[in-house]
Design a protein around this ligand. Structure first.
Ligand SMILES: NC(=O)C1=CN([C@@H]2O[C@H](COP(=O)(O)OP(=O)(O)OC[C@H]3O[C@@H](n4cnc5c(N)ncnc54)[C@H](O)[C@@H]3O)[C@@H](O)[C@H]2O)[C@H](O)CC1
Ligand SMILES: [K+]
Length: 532
């Protein structure tokens, strides 16, 4: 499924209206009806019940007015709560306000913040006449452009308080008000929705930062022709079961361990062997045929004991941490390898830095660069674009800040923009560099223009070692012949899905090693779903 930024969605709307003559009023009508259908599917029929609908100044409010009319049509009692004078509404929202007026739909107008408290009494009174079915947030949608303040912020607080105290469900129209549809960042307070119904395509803000305020997300068709979406040539996609299932490579029955690639893992240092072991465990569970761990000689006994299925190679000149003195040996080792990863538990010793930068710039095979290796690359930013083969960088926000010279808060404020840092950059020999900006709503961005946002994963993943598992798993997919993009996209989604499978039994407290062990089950789960 594609993802559309607010700007792209507005352009798609325009195209539907201008090229196909579909009036926005029709799109609004379809949006309102489809939203009410989702509400009834989720919270039961509205007949005999009241629905409180908060109306904002734009077309998001227009959708809410359509919902009110159809609530009435279905035997419910809508209460419209305008945050602007109905006469101030424009265009299709004004048309729908006029219709609701002619239908004598009950309404009140909040002109000042102080009036919100009387509103609460009015809604409670309503509750005695007809039980409240739900609250609808039709204040702001993709047009929210600045922090909510004054009566608008008070209305959001009122919606959240009422819902929490009275246990009334909240439906957000298009996106919870207060949430930026582009960045997923809160612009002031945010409606905490139980259900969000969005139109045509999901937006980045529904998934970035984990989309916690969104609740259950429904993407509904409102009659925008497929041709319009196709001709928009959207480069953003959602990583979900359907899109990732299509990436999985078949596994021939008559296969042997040489059929599925050989991964070299350059990782580990004194006191940081666990990261290397986790990466190797995850690689072994990716379906990769062979995994070799190249480690500082002195550390070998630890690895040999923990990883019977992986081979280990001792790097003689790496004493306690990997050293550029072993560069030649590593290049020889790579002669029969299909991909490599460097980084987990590496440490940031200067001689390790020289090794990382040389491999990054000279190794023709696909290379994933993670953790300390990223920090070592950051010391010489100019070398990042000088590469000899495809690269996958897997920074968390702090490592991304060091790579880009931005502050971590700036990275988090617009994760899509931050991950897209290499777009249009001059990359030697035009190789592909993929950036995986980890976190809630991981973003995958290629310097060649494509981007994706992950929909799997949960807060139980906020523990040490998860990044090492992701690096090893993506590396294992790379070694099997997945393209860098497919390895990164499938790896990110399946890593999160493995954690979701664990979270079904334990909300938190599962370990990175358990996520590694759950990876094959995640692959099996999406492999079993047959998509038409
Ligand atoms: N194809 C579709 O997706 C359709 C979507 N629809 C709905 O239309 C809205 C977008 O409508 P728009 O009028 O552009 O924006 P909003 O309704 O979100 O309101 C913006 C409105 O509010 C003002 N504003 C912005 N920020 C603030 C603020 N912090 N405080 C006060 N006022 C603010 C801004 O100036 C605008 O006037 C979309 O989300 C859908 O719900 C269509 O109905 C059907 C097709
Ligand atoms: K909304």
């Amino acid at each position: 499924m594609n993802i559309a930024t607010p700007k792209q969605m507005q352009a798609i709307d325009q195209a539907a209206i201008e090229e196909f003559g579909i009036p926005c009023l029709v799109l609004m009508e379809n949006a309102g009806r489809a939203t009410l259908d989702c509400m009834e599917a989720q919270f039961g029929p509205v007949g005999g019940k009241s629905v409180c609908i908060f109306i904002g100044p734009g077309n998001n409010g227009g959708d809410g007015l359509v919902i009110a009319r159809h609530v009435l049509q279905r035997g419910g009692s809508p209460l419209l709560i305008f945050l602007v004078e109905p006469e101030q509404l424009k265009g299709d929202a004004a048309i729908n306000a006029g219709i609701c007026g002619k239908l004598w739909i009950a309404h009140c107008i909040i002109r000042k913040e102080e009036e919100i408290s009387q509103l609460i009494d009015k809604i409670k009174q309503l509750h005695f006449d007809h039980p409240i079915h739900s609250i609808v947030d039709a204040l702001f949608g993709i047009g929210l452009s600045r922090k909510l303040e004054g009566r608008f912020a008070a209305a959001v607080r009122c919606i959240n308080d009422l819902a929490r105290r009275q246990h009334w469900p909240i439906t957000a129209v298009d996106i919870p008000s207060g949430l930026c549809a582009q960045t997923g960042m809160p612009l002031g307070c945010v409606v905490e929705a139980d259900l969000t119904v969005t139109y045509g395509l999901p937006k980045p803000g529904h998934y970035l930062h984990g989309g916690t305020a969104v609740g259950k997300l429904e993407v509904v068709d409102i009659g925008i022709p497929e041709q319009v979406i196709a001709s928009a040539k959207l480069s953003g996609q959602l990583l979900n079961r359907r899109s990732v299932a299509a990436l999985l490579l078949p596994r021939a029955k008559a296969a042997h361990k040489g059929s599925f690639g050989h991964l070299l893992i350059l990782a580990g240092s004194e006191g940081k062997t666990g990261a290397a072991i986790l990466a190797a465990k995850a690689a072994l569970r990716s379906g990769c045929g062979l995994v070799t761990l190249a480690v500082p000689a002195a550390l070998n006994p630890i690895f040999a004991a923990s990883l019977p299925e992986a081979m280990t190679v001792l790097l003689p000149h790496s004493d306690g941490c990997l050293s550029s003195a072993d560069y030649k040996l590593i290049r020889i080792l790579m002669a029969d390898k299909d991909a490599a990863i460097i980084g987990p538990g590496l440490s940031t010793a200067p001689e390790t830095g020289k090794l990382v930068r040389r491999l990054h710039q000279e190794l023709p095979a696909p290379l994933l660069v993670d953790a300390d290796a990223l920090n070592l690359l950051s010391l010489e930013p100019c070398c990042i674009r000088e590469i000899a083969g495809p690269r996958i960088l897997t920074p968390h926000p702090g490592e991304m800040a060091r790579l880009t010279g931005l502050r971590t808060a700036e990275i988090q404020a617009d994760r899509l923009k931050a991950a897209d840092w290499l777009a249009e950059a001059e990359i030697r020999d035009n190789h592909e560099i993929i950036t995986v900006l980890k976190g809630a709503g991981t973003v995958v961005c290629s310097n060649k223009g494509g981007w994706a946002i992950n929909s799997s994963g949960n807060s139980g993943m906020a523990v040490g070692g998860m990044g090492d598992v992701l690096a090893g798993f993506i590396g294992g997919l790379l070694a099997q012949g997945y393209t860098p993009w497919d390895a990164a996209a499938a790896g990110v989604f399946l890593h999160g899905l493995a954690a979701d499978l664990l979270a079904e039994e334990r909300r938190q407290g599962f370990t990175a090693a358990e996520v590694a062990a759950a990876l094959p089950f995640a692959v099996t789960q999406i492999n079993q779903i047959q998509y038409q």
